[in-house]
Design a protein around this ligand. Sequence first.
Ligand code: VGL
Ligand code: ZN
Length: 217
Amino acid sequence: MPPTPPRSSGMPDDTALVIIDVQVDFCPGGALAVNDGDAVVPVVNRLADRFSTVVLTQDWHPPGHSSFASAHAGAAPFSMAEMPYGPQVLWPDHCVQGTPGAAFHPDLEVTRAQMIVRKGFRPGIDSYSAFFENDRATATGLAGYLSDRGLRHIVLCGLATDFCVAYSAMDGRKVGLAVTLVEDACRAIDLDGSLDAAMSDMRGAGVTLATAETLAG
Ligand code: VGL
Ligand code: ZN
């Protein structure tokens, strides 16, 4: 048997922690700062110790990405655009590949992560979800990775609750996984009621809500 990393009050081996987009640009001072975004870092670090499998996602856009308002003449950040695959929020430039803003938060404990899923790298498609891009069809490969490793349950945390975390939770259910959201290990952007909508979608899809404290091991 391969050695098992140290864990305290460990979660079952078929359960992976998936840490969504805990990156400099989503934290205070960043290009698309989420209120209190960096507050998740110590909570996420403590959570990660309880899992034998830890996956990170990293928003990873090329310069001039089509989800950036700056790529659409006259468009303001946080306005909507119609893309070939449907409506898309236009964001401030953020998480540009190889820039400091795209790096993981410097205090995020990344050494135990076994897989890093980069997403949003296709110039014409945004990708909120860790599983499928915003055309809802292009796969990132995460479903195959989890299934190949016999992982059937994901526990989600990170940024932002109402976009990348919620889309990942919904898609996790879609590909047949059990999904738990750790509410106090997430923070939201909350654009026009997006947090309430995301929470009710997740509840309706059978996502289990937990806190770092109540998360059963
Ligand atoms: C995200 C907006 C744009 C997220 C990523 O991580 O929630 N939100 N890109
Ligand atoms: Zn993005």
